[in-house]
Design a protein around this ligand. Structure first.
Ligand code: S3P
Length: 424
């Protein structure tokens, strides 16, 4: 895809539903008894993968545009799928389903595309095995064979903060005998802890620990998914780095476990206003961002879990800032849909950015003017979108190889950019 520079981006947008929350709403609905209705379900290909896997497990559901209805009949109604379950590019689909399937009395093989088959799943398999499930990985990666039936609750200390692993263990815990507690080294996104009570299941939270009691059953719920805050990050950075720009994003998820990129951009001098409108069950409100002169900063490693998916967008902001931007404590980026540290260093480097890779982060010397050039997405949706934003603010056109993979999380992204740039 060829991206031409844009003079500015302006406009008011409402984003499709948050990907992380959509996955959970569909999966919890499938585990529940009774109907669940989900509004503003994510348009992401990843969230379609979750629906396909649930259908293959015999769950009855119906999708009309952004509305999904699940006719929940509880986990005992799930049936052994005919073939392997294909999670596509979606790590969340695979890891969350592993937790839900650990308690089923049949075995299922979970796999995905080439990128997903390179990603670690031992981190989720290990605690599920301790609970009594069969969980066989392929050298620590998918395909993952999962099943078992009789589970016992555990106390589990996660070596790295991961909302996917935390959720998997909690979902297995609901089907286990006794109590299950997951403790994390840093707070990861807490959508599961906030949403299970909406489905009638209490979650006890003490600091960095979450506890559920086995045998609790979910009941169907009404869920309205707020706008995707990770998608918002790309538009916010575009408005900051392009001149004469202003964008308003309404109805966006503002969870403190997800929106830490707004604090980093403010610390860089970015004019980013965050207005909280409702707090329950998730914080939701609006974000307004305007063109700003940016300067570098050092990101607090303790906040990295709350901005992990936004690092590609932040790296673009840093390239247009004056001075040095340093991010460490983000080793997890090496095992996302691509090695995002390497992919962003390569992409921004080709555009003339000065990016140095660290084993667990990036150092970016801002202030260079970027020149359009051929770059690669590495099949990673967030790398593609970040490089597209950089391309808008560069001089001359940029060719992005594999730009279409933005559909994995934000199929409307290029349309939104075109509309914002007044050429849609
Ligand atoms: C997600 C958790 C995060 C995040 C991913 C979505 C989720 O991954 O990077 O995009 O929905 O639970 P980890 O659980 O590996 O930290």
């Amino acid at each position: 895809m060829r991206i031409e520079p844009a003079p500015s981006v302006r406009g008011r947008f409402r984003l499709p539903g948050d990907k992380s929350i959509s996955h959970r709403a569909a999966l919890f609905g499938a585990l529940a008894q009774g109907p669940t209705r989900i509004q503003n379900y994510s348009s992401a290909a990843d969230c379609a993968s979750t629906l396909e896997c649930l259908r293959a497990l015999g769950v009855s559901l119906d999708r009309r545009g952004d509305e999904v209805s699940v006719n929940g009949r509880g986990p005992d109604s799930w049936t052994r799928p005919e073939g392997v379950l294909d999670a596509g590019n979606s790590g969340t689909t695979l890891r969350l389903l592993a937790g839900a399937l650990a308690g089923r009395p049949f075995q299922t093989v979970l796999t995905g595309d080439e990128s997903l088959r390179r990603r670690p799943v031992e981190r989720v398999a290990a605690p599920l095995r301790t609970m009594g499930a069969t969980a066989l990985t392929t050298d620590g990666k998918p395909p993952l064979t999962i099943g078992g039936g009789r589970l016992r609750g555990i106390e589990c200390e996660l070596p790295v903060a991961s909302a996917q692993v935390k959720t998997a263990v909690l979902l297995a815990g609901l089907q286990a005998e006794g109590t299950t507690t997951v403790r994390e080294p840093a707070p990861s996104r807490d959508h599961t802890e906030r949403m299970l009570p909406v489905f009638g299941v209490p979650v006890e939270r003490h600091g960095l620990a979450a506890t559920v009691h086995g045998g609790a059953s979910l009941r169907g719920a009404e869920i309205t998914v707020p706008g995707d805050v990770s998608s918002a990050a790309f538009l916010v950075v575009a408005a900051l780095v392009l001149p004469d720009s202003e964008i308003h994003l309404d109805g966006v998820l503002l969870s403190p476990t997800r929106a830490a990129f707004t604090e980093v951009l403010q610390a860089m001098g970015g004019d980013v206003e965050v207005r909280l409108e409702t707090a329950d069950p998730e914080p939701v409100g609006s974000i307004v961002a305007r063109s700003s002169p940016l300067h570098g900063t050092t990101v607090d490693p303790a906040r990295v879990a709350a901005l992990i998916d936004e690092v590609p967008a932040l790296a673009v902001a840093a390239s247009f800032a004056e001075g040095t931007f340093t991010l460490t404590g983000a080793k997890e980026l090496r095992v996302k849909e691509s090695d995002r540290i390497a992919a962003m260093a390569e992409g921004l480097g080709r555009l003339g950015g000065r990016v140095r890779e660290l084993p667990d982060g990036l150092v970016i010397e801002g202030g260079a003017s970027l020149q359009g050039a051929p770059v690669r997405s590495h099949g990673d949706h967030r790398v593609a979108m970040a490089l597209a934003v950089a391309a808008l603010a560069a001089e001359g056109p940029t060719e992005i190889e594999g730009a279409e993979c933005a559909t994995v999380s934000f199929p409307e992204f290029y349309d939104f950019l075109d509309r914002g740039a007044g050429r849609g």
